[in-house]
Design a binder for this molecule. Structure first.
Ligand code: 5GP
Ligand code: MG
Length: 196
């Protein structure tokens, strides 16, 4: 029995009805994602071999993708770092502003650096991180993104390792949120707005 059972109502299935009143439609299942993450890990291992590598998680959206990806890598000299940027507010449209609110804790100079991002959309966020990191003199700098959304690209970003490519759509689940909800869902879903 749940610790809250005495005061709780039974919860609805997450896939059926989104909290916003819209619907969650599966875009990539947990199995689809696991297969692509294994494939990306193989591509990354083929690129770096066993060279020392710093994998940088872009919080919060990439946290679950990052956790699965780094555990699928064979690299024995892997270091993990975390950064946090904010480019979206609490809605589905970009504010256009990028803020660096948490930085890596160790110097990246002279190191192979792999930025691990959930989605590259307009490219503004990744362009900002790439420019900031490039100025620090890494040995190499590459990007792995779970989803490359191409329909609204404003800034040129070369995504070296791509999980899935999509033109458009607002996605939630597997780390991706809408107003901080849905991050813990196992698959990736399109959030369809409520009708009417
Ligand atoms: P960009 O700066 O490339 O426009 O936006 C990148 C960031 O916006 C992503 O890292 C992600 O956090 C957020 N974002 C872009 N598209 C989506 C989406 O479909 N769903 C969610 N939850 N976040 C998105
Ligand atoms: Mg993000």
């Amino acid at each position: 029995m749940s610790c809250l059972a005495r005061n709780s109502q039974s919860a609805p299935a997450p896939e059926a009805q989104a909290a916003s009143g819209g619907r969650l439609v599966t875009v990539f299942s947990a199995e689809d994602i696991a297969g692509r993450v294994r494939g990306m890990a193989a591509e990354i291992d083929a690129c770096y071999g066993d060279e020392p590598l710093v994998a940088v998680c872009v919080l919060k959206g990439a946290c679950i993708f990052f956790s699965d990806l780094v555990r699928a890598l064979r690299n024995s000299k892997l270091e993990l770092e975390f950064i946090r940027i904010a480019s979206y507010g609490m809605g589905t449209a970009s504010s256009g502003q990028v803020v660096f609110s948490k930085d890596v804790e160790n110097d990246i100079r002279g190191k192979h650096v792999l930025l691990v991002e959930d989605i590259v959309d307009s490219g503004r966020s990744m362009r900002f991180v790439l420019d900031t990191f490039a100025a620090r003199g890494p040995r190499s700098l590459r990007v792995a993104a779970l989803v490359n959304k191409t329909g609204r690209r404003e800034k040129e970003v070369s995504v070296d390792f791509i999980g899935f490519s999509l033109d458009s759509g607002f996605l939630v689940g597997y780390g991706l949120d809408y107003a901080e909800r849905y991050r813990a869902l196992p698959g990736i879903y399109e959030l369809e707005p409520a009708k009417g």
